[in-house]
Design a protein around this ligand. Structure first.
Ligand SMILES: C[S@@+](CC[C@H](N)C(=O)[O-])C[C@H]1O[C@@H](n2cnc3c(N)ncnc32)[C@H](O)[C@@H]1O
Length: 342
């Protein structure tokens, strides 16, 4: 056995399975008691969260090679789609402020909440904008500049779908996400949705975090030793990572009509950690190369190639093995509007 204490393993399993059932049966309650924001469990100040949204926004354009002074020209007239905004569409608001015509956010879980703290975060973001960006951001609410009136749906909208899919066809110019793809329940479905939503020539940019999200013990890769069924029993409903490694992303990208513009590691595991975990890996990871296992995160930029290729892609879904996290119905309320203010 990989872990030192059998008793420790049993206790961890029992606790994780029990909380997973709570998350399955009462997802809203689970989100509330765990105070999930999508940015981890540490306490953050209003300014830190606002800084985070600006950092995400800047990162996307730096990776896309769009100079700061050209961002508005780049975004003007574009429709953008964000997967998994977390509890606040802060980046989406910045996209709108800087020229995007429409921002569509889609999530598997109903996380957005315009509570007192999140209102202050939005105010902080707005206070740092000026000129045309300030004018635009004020107009993204139902009542000009009134956060409490909610986002105007024709400018920034938020959809919940059981598998976090947009269902859009050839309608967006830019797709982006950060710290989301490692959580999706069906990676192929999400990539197919993304390719389908993009117009031909449109761009997708994602930052993917392949780390354990605090679920490892002695080695950053030891969360890959848990057998898939047990991992699902313990974590499938709690937004834990789906554990897919780089090889799976490359396999999925091959199946959809996109060209890879950039794929770049953000962090690599130590060679000794990769070597040490090898003999203990659960089945889906035993064939993964050491090079792919070492990737602990990456940037990905894709461009949608000729849209006609979309006609054939549905057929290949049978080539995909079982998703590591089951794509069962998420028990959430379907709503196409921002949740009521509280
Ligand atoms: C770690 S949070 C990241 C939130 C935000 N992007 C950020 O950087 O703060 C992961 C987000 O992905 C969402 N998510 C999980 N599965 C998803 C799916 N299948 N499709 C779309 N979003 C999903 C979660 O609900 C959550 O909003």
């Amino acid at each position: 056995m990989y872990f030192d204490s059998r008793v420790g393993v049993v206790i961890r399993c029992l606790r994780a399975v029990a909380s997973n059932q709570v998350a399955r049966l009462a997802p809203r309650f689970y989100l509330n008691v765990t105070s999930q924001t999508g940015r981890g469990s540490h306490v953050e100040t209003v300014k830190e969260v606002a800084d985070y949204f600006f950092e995400c926004f800047d990162d996307y354009f730096r990776k896309l090679g769009v100079p700061r002074e050209d961002i508005t020209a780049y975004l003007s007239g574009k429709s953008v789609l964000e997967y998994g905004p977390g509890d606040l569409p802060g980046v989406g608001m910045l996209m709108y402020a800087h020229g995007a015509e429409k921002v569509i956010c889609v999530d598997r879980f109903s996380m957005v909440s315009i509570n007192q703290k999140n209102t202050q975060i939005l105010e902080n973001i707005i206070s740092r904008l000026d000129g045309e960006a300030l004018e635009r951001v004020m107009s993204c609410f139902n009542d000009f500049g009134e956060i409490s009136s909610g986002f105007a749906e024709n400018r920034i909208c938020y959809y919940i779908h059981p598998n976090g899919l947009s269902g859009l066809k050839n309608s967006v110019d830019l797709v982006y996400s950060r710290a989301v793809l490692e959580h999706v329940n069906d990676l192929y479905a999400t990539f197919l949705d993304m390719a389908s939503a993009l117009k031909t020539g449109g761009t997708a940019i994602h930052k993917v975090d392949l780390k354990s999200h605090g679920l490892h013990e002695k080695n950053p890769l030891d969360f890959l030793v848990w057998p898939t069924r047990l991992w699902n029993l313990m974590y499938a409903h709690k937004g834990a990572p789906n554990r897919w490694r780089l090889n799976k992303y490359l396999e999925v990208i091959e199946m959809i009509p996109v060209d890879t513009i950039l794929i770049e590691a953000t962090e690599l595991a130590a060679e000794s950690d990769v070597d040490n975990i090898g003999p203990y890996l659960a089945k889906p990871f035993q064939e993964v190369s050491k090079e792919d296992l070492a990737w602990l995160g990456f940037w990905l930029v894709l461009r949608k190639s000729d849209g006609s290729a979309m006609r054939n892609v549905q057929d290949v879904s049978s080539n995909i093995k079982e998703p590591l996290i089951n794509s069962g119905r998420a028990d959430v309320i379907f709503d196409s509007r921002m949740p009521a203010m509280n």
